[in-house]
Ligand binder design. Structure first.
Ligand SMILES: Nc1ncnc2c1ncn2[C@@H]1O[C@H](COP(=O)(O)OP(=O)(O)OP(=O)(O)O)[C@@H](O)[C@H]1O
Length: 310
């Protein structure tokens, strides 16, 4: 089964080291999430994988061969900047793009129909791109990346501009592609999507990989130091726990709180404080931290290390 491997890749633009000694691999039937704050080097990395740019040093290989025009034919790439022709109608646009990727007009037409139906978008087949909303254009662009049935799929922020219903449709399609042994790599800032979809993650900061691996293993490494409480009644116990330094609150609403245990505080201490204050306790759970917290912690450490070194 062909694997994608990024091996000690460097890329600079003038004085900016956009990508510095980055290595990771992506396997068929798995989804890899490439994460990182703005400017971390994600798009620069994806552009080298898709052979739009070349590394200054290091190598990107697919199926054990350096990537090149040959691998572009086996990949589907959804770039961050979308590029559709505003004047063309959806169907002619997609059939044309399918033909550019080597399909016959008949095969392209058949696949366009299939994917428009799958994306619940058959109604817009004769609309001009400029008449479509941003989310509709996003779906059309997504279909364009799938038309030639690529083995390797690279998506830069695939969920941007999609409402929750369409995000679910897209998520289901990505999972379907995973079941047919495609290799899928996507860059995203949406941690909840990453948690739902990814088998593996690679977190970048300042052009470097700061955390990578199987998502479940990565989370286990951070330990079950997080407590989730759902309740009715007063939430004053949360302020008390926080002010005594027992917890740090990650997320909080009127009836739910998610917090990190600090200074070896036992989960029992939080449970007792809640029981003493709330009217009704619906849920209490000790668990691993959410990916968003891991992101904040690891990127914060990487930034601090870089500031100390400079
Ligand atoms: N064509 C270019 N010319 C000069 N600098 C560039 C170019 N492309 C990217 N950079 C710089 O390289 C660094 C990494 O940018 P990149 O777009 O790869 O980050 P990113 O992780 O994709 O960010 P975002 O989440 O904001 O999309 C940034 O400092 C950026 O300014």
């Amino acid at each position: 089964m062909p694997t994608l491997s990024v091996d000690r890749v460097h890329k600079a633009y003038g004085d900016t080291k956009a990508v510095h000694d980055v290595s990771f691999s992506a396997a068929p039937g798995r989804i890899l999430g490439l994460l990182g704050p703005n400017g971390a080097g994600k798009t620069s990395t994806l552009r080298m994988i898709t052979h739009i740019t070349q590394p200054d040093s290091g190598a990107v290989r697919y199926d054990e061969r350096p990537v090149g025009p040959w691998s572009q034919r086996r990949m589907g790439y959804l770039p961050e900047e979308r590029g559709l022709y505003p004047d063309l109608r959806v169907k002619e646009q997609l059939v044309y793009l399918g033909q550019l990727k080597g399909l016959s007009a008949d095969a392209a037409t058949e696949r366009v129909h299939h994917w428009l139906e799958r994306f619940e978008a058959l109604d817009w087949v004769d609309k001009k791109t400029e008449e479509l909303s941003k989310g509709m254009q996003q779906k059309v662009q997504f279909i364009a990346t799938l038309l030639h049935d690529p083995q390797l799929l690279i998506f830069d922020e695939p969920f941007s501009g999609l409402d929750p219903i369409n995000s679910d449709v897209l998520r289901d399609i990505i999972l379907e592609l995973r079941r047919t042994d495609r290799t899928i790599l996507f860059a995203s800032h949406r941690m909840e999507q990453v948690e739902q979809l990814c088998d593996d993650i690679c977190l970048m900061a300042n052009g470097q990989v700061v955390l990578k691996g199987d998502l479940r293993e990565v989370k286990q490494r951070f330990g079950t130091n997080t407590v989730i409480v759902r309740f009715d009644g007063s939430d004053a116990f949360i302020d008390d726990l926080e002010s005594e330094g027992a917890v740090r609150v990650h997320a909080r609403s009127a009836h739910r709180a998610e917090m990190r245990l600090l200074n070896d505080t036992p989960a029992r201490r939080v449970l007792q404080a809640a029981l003493d204050t709330v009217d009704e306790l619906h849920h209490f759970e000790r668990t691993e931290p959410p990916l968003s917290e891991i992101f904040v912690e690891v990127v914060g450490e990487a930034n601090a290390a870089q500031a100390a070194a400079s």
